[in-house]
Design a binder for this molecule. Structure first.
Ligand code: HEM
Length: 391
């Protein structure tokens, strides 16, 4: 595959099966490759890491969106993301991030351990004979945990898989008009849901993130909704895919999961494959001169396979030493939910494999039609004889 073919593959909707050959092809042309006027693909670990930590490289915020598209506000999904910290730069980003980090603390994540253990046990108790592990474990667990954290009533959980799947289409590099319409509708529905939830929490405050973010008035109304949406959606689709990708990798490699395997799952089959930045100043990266205003697609999944950073980069090595993949990003936007996502996987994966040592796939799983948020649609398995005594 040459560079043009690799770029085409990664931009096409069918790039969901296995992007790794395209990543390897790109890497031959250096860590930073110009693919069109003012548009670059970055595949090297050091380059991606450096760009994510560079304050001159900004995320696509409202001012940037306004300068590029007249009608982006017609899409509620784009608007909600644009109001969140993910799509903000300093000083707004600093203010929102500080507030969210102040309420989403290590202590609060620690208190969720019992909630996670209970929900894992409940999901595993419900399994028998054959199952689709996406529907019966990988979706319900992260949805249950994030909704508990946000103070969303348990009876409302059922709708979030559908809404998040539609909404996150706009986090891909390319999307169809149909995807865009569905994302808009889902965002309208979710925004309405959160407007009611916030009003309810203002009447009856709880010990939850929605109450904590809503009080004090440090966020505008739009920012509050954008960040609640981000926490909900970022909080589970990605974690769902970490669990699903992990189950398939562990089954493929016959590995009994040690806790440290979570880092290697993140590296080897990253639930988030890319993010984007634009250059507010001209910069030199290696021997490539990036002009002011250039757009950079940062291929986290490719950086995680960079042989200059990782020994035997294409091998799944559960206890790999010095393993710091870029799957949660780096720098100012480093994933706020990383400790929670790790904890969920560190509890759920060993528990699943301990309870069902004979777990096997019954068919070839199918990838979701997404390049960026990479995961499986369904994981059909037979469970074998459970080991009831060990959990
Ligand atoms: C395996 C699971 C997860 C993965 C792979 C993941 C990945 C990422 C990545 C790559 C970013 C940075 C994007 C960028 O720099 O452009 C990010 C940001 C973020 N993530 Fe996660 N995430 C995961 C789980 C979670 C969870 C569980 C939550 C919340 C409960 C969460 C909340 C956030 C938030 C709020 C941000 C924005 C931070 C900021 O802009 O300062 N994520 N995530």
């Amino acid at each position: 595959m040459d560079a043009a073919e690799a770029v085409k593959t990664l931009l096409s909707p069918s790039a969901t099966h296995d992007p790794v050959p395209a990543y390897a092809a790109l890497r031959k042309y250096g860590p930073v490759l110009p693919v069109a006027d003012g548009y670059y693909f970055v595949s090297g670990y050091a380059a991606v890491d450096g760009i994510l930590r560079d304050a001159a490289m900004e995320t696509y915020d409202i001012k940037r969106l306004d300068s590029r598209w007249d009608d982006w506000r017609d899409n509620k999904a784009l608007e909600l993301f644009a109001d969140s910290m993910l799509r903000s730069n300093p000083p707004d980003h600093t203010r929102m991030r500080r507030l969210a980090a102040g309420v989403f603390t290590a202590r609060r994540v620690g208190t969720l351990r019992a909630v996670i253990e209970e929900q894992v046990a409940e999901a595993l108790d419900g399994l028998d004979g054959t199952a689709d592990l996406m529907s019966e474990l990988c979706y319900p667990l992260p949805i249950g945990v994030i909704t508990a954290l946000l103070g969303v009533p348990a009876e409302d959980r059922g709708q979030f898989r559908r809404l998040a799947e539609a909404l996150t289409a706009v986090l891909e590099v390319r999307w169809t008009p149909e995807d865009e319409a569905k994302a808009h509708e889902a965002a309208v529905e979710l925004e309405d849901y959160f407007i009611h939830l916030v009003a309810q929490k203002q009447r009856e405050p709880g010990d939850d993130l929605t109450t904590a973010l809503a009080k004090g008035g440090e966020l505008s109304g739009r920012e509050l909704l954008g960040n609640l949406m981000l926490l909900l959606v970022a909080g589970f689709e990605t974690t769902t895919n970490l669990l699903g990708n992990g189950i398939v990798l562990l089954l493929d490699h016959g590995a009994t999961p040690p806790q440290s395997c979570v880092e290697e799952i993140l590296r080897f089959d990253s639930p988030v494959q890319l993010t984007e930045r634009y250059a507010t100043h001209a910069v030199q990266i290696g021997n490539v001169q990036i002009e002011e205003g250039a757009e950079l697609v940062l291929l986290l999944g490719a950086a995680n396979r960079d042989p200059e950073r990782f020994e035997k980069a294409d091998e799944f090595w559960p206890e790999r030493p010095n393993n710091t993949p870029l799957s949660f990003g780096a720098g100012a936007h480093y994933c706020l939910g990383a400790p929670l996502a790790r904890l969920e996987a560190q509890i759920a994966l060993p528990a699943l494999f301990r309870r069902f040592p004979e777990l096997r796939l019954t068919g070839k799983p199918v990838r979701r039609p997404r390049m960026n948020l990479r995961g499986w649609d369904a994981l059909p398995v037979t469970l074998g004889t459970p080991e009831h005594s060990v959990d």
